[in-house]
Design a protein around this ligand. Structure first.
Ligand code: PEP
Length: 247
C-alpha cells in the first residue's frame, strides 16, 4: 500500500517525565516492534527526553507539540527545531487549534514553523480545521483551504512528501462529538485535491492525512476505512495505554 497508516498521540499538557516514560514503556512492550502502523507519541517538552529514552530501540517515534521558528535567541519560554532534534524528536505538531485559539498562532506564524521544521528534518503534522460556527456557515472547505495553503507557502515538492496533515474539526476536539465518516472523508479528499494542485498528484498520494477529534477505538475502524483517511491524531484516548494500543 502506498500510504502506511499513522497513529499519533497528542498528550497535550499531561504527564510528568516519570508518568510519560511509564506510559511509553507500556506502549513499547505491547507494540514496540510492530511495523504495520506508524506510531508517534507527542509528550510535553519536559517529558521528551524521558519518553525518548523509553522508546529507544522500538519502532515508536517521538514527536513534539510545537516549536519556535528561530533556531536560538531571545525567545523566553520557547523551544527550537534543533533543540527538538537533539532529543531525537522526528515529528512536530504545528498549528493545533488550541495553539491557534489560545496562543494566537496565525497562519503566517504556522507557516514559519512548518518551514523551520522541514529545514531541520522534522516532519510537520500540520493541523487544519473549522470551528462549529464556520461549519454551520458552510465555510468549512474555504477555511481548510486558507489554512492549508498559507501554512504550506514556500514548501517544495520534495519537502511536501514528508508532510503529515491532520484534519481536526475544532468542534470535535475533546468534545466527544466525532465527525461522521462522510463529513471527514469529504474534507480529506478535498485536502488531497489541494495538495495535488500544490505539489502534483504523486506527491499528494504520499502525504498522510490524519483525522483528529474524539477518535476512539469504537469509532476508529469506520473512519480509518475511508479512502483518504490515513490515520488519526489522538488526544484523550492517547493518555492511557489500553485505548491507544486498541487504536
Ligand atoms: C487533539 O487535540 O488533537 C484531539 C484530537 O483531541 P481529542 O482526541 O481528545 O478530541
Amino acid at each position: 500500500m502506498l500510504r502506511k497508516k499513522l497513529i499519533a498521540g497528542n498528550w497535550k499538557m499531561n504527564k510528568t517525565p516519570a508518568d510519560g516514560a511509564a506510559l511509553a514503556a507500556e506502549l513499547v512492550t505491547a507494540a514496540g516492534k510492530q511495523t504495520d502502523v506508524e506510531v508517534v507519541v507527542c509528550p510535553p517538552f519536559t517529558a521528551l527526553d524521558a519518553v525518548g529514552k523509553a522508546l529507544d530501540g522500538s519502532t515508536i517515534k517521538l514527536g513534539a507539540q510545537n516549536l519556535h521558528p528561530e533556531a536560538s535567541g531571545a525567545f523566553t519560554g520557547e523551544v527550537s527545531a534543533p533543540m527538538l532534534r537533539a532529543l531525537f524528536t522526528t515529528h512536530v505538531i504545528i498549528g493545533h487549534s488550541e495553539r491557534r485559539s489560545l496562543f494566537g498562532d496565525t497562519d503566517a506564524f504556522v507557516n514559519l514553523k512548518v518551514l523551520a521544521a522541514l529545514k531541520n528534518q522534522l516532519k510537520p503534522i500540520l493541523c487544519v480545521g473549522e470551528s462549529l460556527a464556520e461549519r454551520e456557515a458552510g465555510t468549512t472547505l474555504k477555511v481548510v483551504q486558507t489554512q492549508l495553503e498559507a501554512g504550506l507557502q514556500g514548501v517544495s515538492k520534495e519537502q511536501a512528501a514528508t508532510l503529515v496533515v491532520a484534519y481536526e474539526p475544532v468542534w470535535a476536539i475533546g468534545t466527544g462529538k466525532v465527525a461522521t465518516t462522510d463529513q471527514a472523508q469529504e474534507v480529506h479528499a478535498y485536502i488531497r485535491g489541494l495538495l495535488t494542485k500544490l505539489f502534483t498528484e504523486p506527491v499528494a498520494q504520499r502525504v498522510r492525512i490524519l483525522y483528529g477529534g474524539s477518535m476512539k477505538p469504537a469509532n476508529a475502524p469506520e473512519l480509518l476505512a475511508q479512502k483518504d483517511i490515513d490515520g488519526g491524531l489522538i488526544g484523550g484516548a492517547a493518555l492511557e495505554a489500553r485505548s491507544f494500543l486498541d487504536l
